[in-house]
Design a protein around this ligand. Sequence first.
Ligand code: 13P
Ligand code: SF4
Length: 301
Amino acid sequence: MEITKRIEQLKKNNNAVILAHNYQLPEVQDVADFVGDSLGLSMIAAKTDADVIVFCGVHFMAETAKILSPDKIVLLPDRKAGCPMADMIDAEGLSALKVQHPQAVTLCYVNTSAEVKAHCDYCCTSGNALNMVKHILKSHDEIIFVPDKYLAQYVSVQIGRPLITWEGFCPTHARILPEDIMRARKLHPQAKVLVHPECTPELTRLADMVASTEKMCGYVHESSAMEFIIATEIGIIYRMQKENPSKHFYPASPKAVCPNMKRINLEKILWSLTDMDYQITVPEETMNQARGAIERMLKII
Ligand code: 13P
Ligand code: SF4
């Protein structure tokens, strides 16, 4: 039997749902029930009545799904699919920073471990970071924002005041350089430039729009423009092209590939559903504390 049919069959037998991040391989996006950004997928995970969630993304995303749906089995088809940015901060480092700024509210990017989330007041994603910061500043003066220094810098420019941050960054987005945008603009002068806020400030400054992956997909769909230069992980272009067949998409840099996102393929999804492996587990206390930070975010947005 064809592999996608076997996956479909196992999905039915196990009452499973397949969620895939916008950066996943085309064949993985095609087999998924939902394709989206980290925020959208965690909201689906929180609501689904499936018993099993196969999360095609990286570890922190599957862990977030588990935190929001503790009674479900959450599977990550490749246990090594991690996020180097999320690994740049741990609970110990965050606690030391909190000691230096005892009055500050702690806001963590969703690209963090459950343990780090458990030590934070709020969580945010690239899609709502700006709104979350604005909301917190209504009642507090200081915010610790971890771990992405570039997302923090982007938000801080928008609000016109500094955030206390961490030296974290995404190695994939940092590979996209201003000269890549300049070169692409010369080749495609009519194209709109879309930049993910994990990119460096030199890049966000050149953007027509700075947005999370889901907002980028919405923008290209709504826009009357026909050409777009995309400054984020190149996997997203498959979805954009599929949803907008008459429009043209150009990656800002072919080097913007997240190797962790590419670890998952159809075979691994099949094995994962066959063996119910690799199952995400989080200690109960950590899970309950981390859920607080995520739920406070979901109430605000
Ligand atoms: P989104 O929240 O925009 O999907 O981004 C997640 C991510 O890991 C980007 O590198
Ligand atoms: Fe992490 Fe960057 Fe990969 Fe997103 S693209 S999962 S932030 S390494």
